[in-house]
Design a protein around this ligand. Sequence first.
Ligand code: PLP
Length: 393
Amino acid sequence: MSTSAAPVYMDNSATTRPFPEVIDAMKTVYAEQFGNPSSLHRMGYEAEKLVSKARRSVAALIGAAEDEIYFTSGGTESNNWAIFGSIRSAGPRYKHVITSAVEHPSVLATTEYLEQLGYRVSVVPVGRDGRVDPDEVLSLVEDDTCLVSVILVQNEIGSIEPCAEIGAGLAKLGPRRPRFHVDAVQGFARMDIDVDKWGVDLLSISAHKIHGPKGVGALYIKKGVPMYPLLFGGGQEQGLRSGTENVPGIVGFGLACDMWAQFGREARRKLYELRQRLVSGILEAVPDAVLNSPEPDKAAPHIVNFSFPGFRGETIVNALEQRNVFVSTGSACSSRKSKPSPVILALGMGQDEALSAIRFSMSVFTTVEDVDTTVSALADALKQLAPWRRRST
Ligand SMILES: Cc1ncc(COP(=O)(O)O)c(C=O)c1O
């Protein structure tokens, strides 16, 4: 067995290594700039200034205004708030929500709960490329539809959903149109986002996916869109999300955004090259591997998903771990359960493909050597596992 010297981390859609600059900035805030932004004295004012600066940095990355960014504890909270806040704001007459078949569990489980509350939820299927048809989404809008919620970049396969087209179509429906929420946790920073151009009302993002800290994210709420508060209390975040701000986390988040603003374009170009190298490397080393991710023009730069029919995803994860390569079977929230991936099934693939899917996800720290090590470790692992491979009947 060939064990690579340094660990090769290819699970960046689960979480990323924080930028060292982010850690340094956060340390300073924890140690020295620890005031409460609501305090009236100078230390409070200094903390408030740090939060405002970070808010501007986050806003700049999605084309939003500073006061349209509401800090939360992460993507899950933002998604829950976007959905529950929207249905509450819309009122009891509105009983219908539209979403896609490939949402992250934080949207999927929330909309499933809405069904228990008596809402109708239309789940739009995806094609083999993992994308919804925007016309199909729009055709499902009814008089009592209050929300359309669609993921931007699918977290297991990396498909980019046609959010700009959906937003443009919804805008044509006039002022009583349903509001549009986008879960942009996996797309944020890894692609250009323009909330105004896309006609987005609500957009969820998270810091730890872009080399920022865990436990901090944001919900973009378009100016003028009425939103029910998430937390009542001291009135922070314009009275919609009370609670003392996570200042160190917010500062780290803002700095990570500044860094992406500086070198994001170049980082994405490099990631697309690595993606290409990884895809062709795996197809060459394992000719019967099934590529689940779409073509690069419809896919994010950092996520590649393959099935290895006859093998179990968890077995491959373990075999790669023994070779110091860290990957995932799917979304981090569900990968400990030995179940076929609903996302791979939604592509029209069989149980075997859904049980043998592996997600390789890269970051700005990923190197050509990491990609090559991953490919050779995978080939080596599958060779070792071959005697246990199940043949499809
Ligand atoms: C698409 C997507 N949405 C939401 C989340 C949840 O984000 P967080 O981990 O910040 O709660 C994730 C995390 O994996 C994700 O990939």
